[in-house]
Design a protein around this ligand. Sequence first.
Ligand code: GLU
Ligand code: ZN
Length: 475
Amino acid sequence: MIQKSRFAPSPTGYLHLGNARTALFAWLAARHDGGSFVLRIEDTDRERSPRQYEDALLEDLRWLGLDWDEGPDCGGAHGPYRQMERQAIYGELYQRLLDSGLAYPCYCTPEMLAAEREQQRAAGRAPRYSGRCRDLDASARAAMEAQGLRPSLRFRVATTGRLRVADLIWGEREYALADLGDFVIRRSDGSPAFFFANAVDDALMGVDLVLRGEDHLSNTPRQILILQALGLTPPRYGHLPLLLGRDAQPLSKRHGAASLRDLREAGFLPQALRNYLARLGHHYAEEDGRLLDDTELRQRFRLEGIGRAPAHFDLEQLEHWQAQAVQSMTTEQLAAWLAAELAELAEPEDRRAFVELIRPNIHFPAQVRDWLQRLLHDPEPDPEALRVLRETPEEFWAAAAHSFSAQAEDWKAWVAALQEASGRRGRALFQPLRAALTGRLHGPELAGWCALMGSERCRQRLAQAGRWAQSSAPI
Ligand code: GLU
Ligand code: ZN
């Protein structure tokens, strides 16, 4: 049973797709069990965390369909939910560690530390803090302070012993404590180091499940040491395998998807993204390829369904879910989604009829705009459509216009009359008609199209088709 999980982004840019997946998994895992969900803003990197990114982040998460019970916008019992507003809380904990000797001030400058690492590397050893300030006595410290040096705070790690860390996805790993080295928990400018704030916040906020990227796997032992030292209960951790592009490179714009915002702006539906992301590195038992609604997505989500292999983002697969999401919407939802594109259609009835008509032909709002243009404003035929118009003899166009005049309000009767008069049927009949009426060779069902277009415009297009057929405009 999971009581509470969380998403803890650093707002240094737009929500990356990998992080969106992490957020979704954490949310699904919590909601699966009726647990609660926390949004915590890890803004300790002050220069890189302007508020605009936080606002964008909340907006993008909401758009994706996530909600949270505690967070910077709605508060909660364990706030504040921005780390830079939690300094007083951290201050008390630092003091406890100092008092118990588990933390100590380190006066080493960045240059000294870099030189130390260089030497270790040259000697073929893994870089690790040497422990230079570990045992400074009070007078040595006072001397450093007198020089105006501002110390960082380091956590004292035992030099012997081992630590076992369980991971929900990777299983159990064992670490030699001596390999960890004393690490910084408060930077010299007073801001909390990631290891520290991240770990204590999870514990203080009552989080019992942390799902996060594989890049954090090696941070876990240090975080557990901090929590043990403070007598706090660590959450269970699960590290999600990387999300890569189809070519196994880190995701970028090149793959058509760096951020969630890119996809949103391209016209993808949140329902499509939820369905796709929930299957990226997670396998639904009894997968039947069906678009799942929110309840199904979370009820069927299982931590055991998360694999260890890197997941590969594939735009084509996402488009498959987009097509399914478009199909699954009600007429009203479709009309609401496309409201901006449909603005030129004044009558709600016409909008409903139009979206139903083009539903099979569209995945994105931009395509709707194109079809509506074709419906309302005489379109120039596509090159293939123009070719068909030219290949169709003049007599056909004359017959079409003639039988249309006689049967304008009755599509079936018109087509039957034209079939009779022209001797054409099937594709030979419908392809030129489609080219004339829509300017393309593929598209929505013609009877409905004509009904929406109205008989006057149909008549004009048939007449225009004859003219196009005779024109010598280059294809
Ligand atoms: N702020 C960290 C990140 O965005 C959080 C890692 C975690 O979820 O623990 O990578
Ligand atoms: Zn030092």
